[in-house]
Ligand binder design. Structure first.
Ligand code: 5AD
Ligand code: SF4
Length: 483
């Protein structure tokens, strides 16, 4: 029995661990792994790859770190408070290790990559530090720790996509799953630590992506989310690429771009919903929008981080688009898919941001009327372009006040969007029984809004139903099954 813990929900999935012989020596069997993930969906997806590699080494897993032989924490560096949360959690794990020195504690992911072996100096009870491109080296590193050493591998790769590793699904409802389609980021937004912690951008072989989606569908999954830091720049070379002389490395003739990949996954089965994240305003093409419009099963929702509504700040952020460009992309989405949901990320109080520039972010929100937004006050990250070039000069209380203004505006936008949907009917994929009432189902509309409605005795999680929306709360649509 495999039961892995991630930070949000408990999970249980059956899978038999296999014995593995390394260098002629039997790896210890029946050891237990606990893994906890922080940060973005990509990190949660990476933990599923790690769980797969550990399972192949004979590790069974536990949702209680107190009974684990190996504790892994998959970390996020995006903002300082994300790192602080990890440090606090590590204190708890270290206390467990003081009681039981045989435990192995491993730090994975972006903080491991950012701090490298410094982590071992700072956190005396950590045994293993491993970056996001080095997970294949886990058998070797666990072996080093078993031999009484501390182990580090933070090498970044230009090729690694873990294409052949079949993830062990964690936190799963058996209906929705993430599929990583690319890794790294080449954008160098000035505030962002990701290009340093996750390395250069590389796209995964489209055949392996389609295969993974097909396997999920055959197991009963009904929704896949294609993940990348910037999915619009997905590109896998085809036969025409000069550097390639065999027939067709993409397996599909020509170069596969993101629009083509979306189409390939959407064509697997009309009952399989396709979502994706994250889009970049500079790269999202009309071709992608028309592909979405053509396929009923590609969900009409785009996460399009704006970061700021002011062109000077966008330039300092190195986002490589202007306010006008962003508005043009939103207009194109509305023209091609009038019902499309749009969500965003906003950074508040970036270096030198004036009141007028902050007002332009508010007016952008007013224009787009985002369905949903992730809002963050700017947090300076060591080593980034912004940290090198610009002082973090907006006082904390100003950042806080602007944050509250942005939050209030977003609450206004969300409720306008929800109220617009009252009286309409939406196709909903049932995900689970509602948290609040066992007699209600909870699912998602195409636009990614949570919909709650009374269960009937014909339907169950994984089914599609049509729901007439009768009312809404601040974040949920409420209705009843029709037809
Ligand atoms: N400070 C605040 N927010 C940040 N983000 C990325 N880096 C920072 C930072 N240094 C936000 C951006 C990005 C999201 C994933 O996190 O809005 O889109
Ligand atoms: Fe960071 Fe920008 Fe890349 Fe997103 S696109 S991961 S914000 S550098």
């Amino acid at each position: 029995m495999l039961g892995l813990q991630a930070s949000l929900k408990d999970h249980d999935e059956s899978r038999q661990g296999e014995a593995l012989v390394l260098d002629g020596a039997d790896v210890k069997h029946n050891r237990k792994l606990f893994i906890e993930s922080y940060g973005c969906a990509m990190n949660f997806s990476d933990s599923e790859i790690v769980a797969s590699i550990m399972s192949d080494m004979g590790f069974s897993t536990t949702s209680d770190y107190k009974e684990a032989d190996v504790i892994f924490i998959n970390t996020c560096s995006i903002r300082d408070n994300a790192e602080q949360r990890v440090r606090n959690r590590l204190k708890e794990f270290s206390a467990a290790k003081v009681k039981n020195p045989g435990i192995t504690i491993g730090v994975l992911g972006c903080m491991a990559e950012r701090l490298k072996s410094k982590f071992l100096e700072e956190e005396k009870l950590v045994d293993l530090v491993i970056g996001p491109d080095a997970y294949r080296d886990l058998p070797n590193l666990i072996g080093q720790v078993d031999d009484g050493n501390r182990a580090v591998n933070v090498l970044l790769s230009r090729e690694e996509t873990y294409a052949d590793i079949s993830p062990v699904r964690l936190n799963t409802n058996g209906i929705s799953a993430f599929i990583s389609i690319m890794r790294g980021c080449d954008n160098m937004c000035s505030f962002c630590v990701v290009p340093f912690t996750r390395g250069r951008e590389r796209s995964r072989d489209p055949q392996s992506i389609v295969r993974e989606a097909e396997e999920l569908f055959n197991k009963g999954y009904r929704e896949v989310t294609l993940l990348g830091q910037n999915v619009d720049s997905y590109k896998y070379p085809g036969a025409e690429a000069k550097e390639v002389n065999d027939e067709s490395p993409s397996g599909y003739g020509q170069t596969v771009n993101f629009a083509r990949l979306l189409e390939l996954v959407a064509n697997i089965n009309p009952e399989l919903r396709v979502r994706f994240s994250t889009s970049h305003p500079k790269d999202i093409t009309d071709e992608v929008l028309y592909t979405m419009a053509r396929h009923e099963n590609i969900c009409k929702h785009i996460h399009l981080p704006v970061q700021s509504g002011n062109s000077r700040i966008l330039e300092m952020m190195n986002r490589t688009y202007t306010r006008e460009w962003y508005i043009d992309r939103v207009d194109a989405i509305r023209r091609i898919m009038p019902e499309c949901g749009i969500s965003t990320d906003i950074i508040i109080g970036f270096c030198s941001e004036t009141e007028e520039e902050h007002q332009e972010t508010l007016s952008m929100m007013e224009y787009v009327k985002y369905d949903f937004a992730y809002m963050f006050t700017y947090s300076e990250r060591p080593g980034t372009l912004a940290a090198k070039r610009y002082p973090d000069d907006i006082p904390e209380e100003v950042k806080k006040r602007r944050f509250n203004e942005i939050l209030a505006k977003q609450q206004e936008c969300s409720s306008i969007r929800l109220e617009q949907r009252v009286g309409k009917t939406f196709k909903v994929l049932i995900e689970r029984n509602s948290k609040k009432s066992a007699t209600d189902f909870s699912g998602k509309s195409d636009q990614n809004t949570t919909v709650v409605f009374p269960a009937d005795n014909k339907s169950r999680p994984g089914d599609y139903v049509h729901v007439l929306i009768e009312k809404c709360t601040p974040a949920t649509l409420i209705g009843k099954i029709v037809g």
